[in-house]
Design a protein around this ligand. Structure first.
Ligand SMILES: [Zn+2]
Length: 267
């Protein structure tokens, strides 16, 4: 059977992620035809994208969400309604890592102050929003290589508990080009304390991606990129145990498992 995936403008619609309503997952909720609604989950705006059968909301589910019901608020000129999403359970592992440089485990005052400044810069970039009506699965991974399933793992560095892992690590040698998995705009670059050399992309509708530990950055804030463009090279800068790409994916500022945004043929 042929599936029509074209809209009137002739633009192909990207395939949506699967509905995975778990902590660190994605809720995909059909909203029907008609006027484009605005959708919120708590105090966050939610992506609203055009599909072959009307609008759909695509919401990131924060990692610390307890299983149970969440309510999406959908607004149009005609009024407001709520849609309940039931959040299931997903178990995350513990991960014990050994870091050679102790300053990455117990930074001094100056390093902590630096981290807080950098964190504010990255949080601002993570909150980027452009209403595009388009958001879809990535059909290429940023680098070829083995993809870790360690998103959400509770981490211990040299035995000390730290925040859960907020992305996917892809094993690749230093110097491997990192490619944009979708079109976007560069919203941050920097040499950050924990993340090392970093690039952040805004893909529209609150979808933002982060690339860390690069040995080289090849783009600047304000650049626009298309799928396949080189953002920089894999490296081992910042808090690492060896060369790899750390890749995070955010929806409305919420870190989700990047695996949920990759199409099957992307490895
Ligand atoms: Zn990582």
């Amino acid at each position: 059977m042929l599936a029509c995936v074209l809209v009137a403008s002739g633009t192909a619609l990207a395939a949506l992620p699967a509905h995975q309503p778990v902590p660190g997952g994605v809720a995909v909720v059909p909203l029907g035809m008609g006027e484009r609604p605005t959708v919120t989950l708590g105090d966050r705006s939610v992506a609203v994208v055009r599909t072959g059968s009307g609008w759909a909301a695509v919401a990131g589910i924060p990692l610390d969400t307890e299983p149970g019901d969440l309510s999406l608020t959908v607004r149009t000129a005609a009024g407001e309604r709520n849609i309940t999403i039931t959040i299931g359970e997903r178990k995350y592992r513990e991960q014990y890592l050994t870091i050679k440089e102790q300053r990455y485990v117990t930074p001094d005052e100056e390093e902590l102050a630096r981290y807080r400044r950098e964190r504010a810069e990255m949080d601002a970039a993570r909150a980027s929003w452009r209403e595009t009506g388009v958001l879809g699965l990535f059909t290429v991974a940023p680098v070829p290589g083995r993809q870790s399933d360690s998103f959400g793992s509770r981490r211990f560095f040299n035995g000390q508990p730290r925040n859960p892992h907020s992305g996917m690590d892809i094993a690749a040698p230093t110097g491997t080009p990192v490619q944009a998995p979708a079109a976007g705009r560069v919203v941050a670059t920097g040499g950050y304390f924990f993340n090392g050399n970093t690039v952040m992309l805004d893909h529209g509708e609150g979808l933002v991606t982060l690339y860390c530990h690069l040995s080289r950055i090849d783009v600047a804030v304000g650049d626009t990129v298309v799928v396949g463009d080189t953002l920089g090279l894999v490296g081992a800068t910042g808090r690492v145990t060896g060369a790899h790409l750390h890749w995070s994916v955010y929806l409305s500022g919420v870190a989700i498992d990047p695996a949920y945004m990759l199409a099957d043929n992307s490895q």
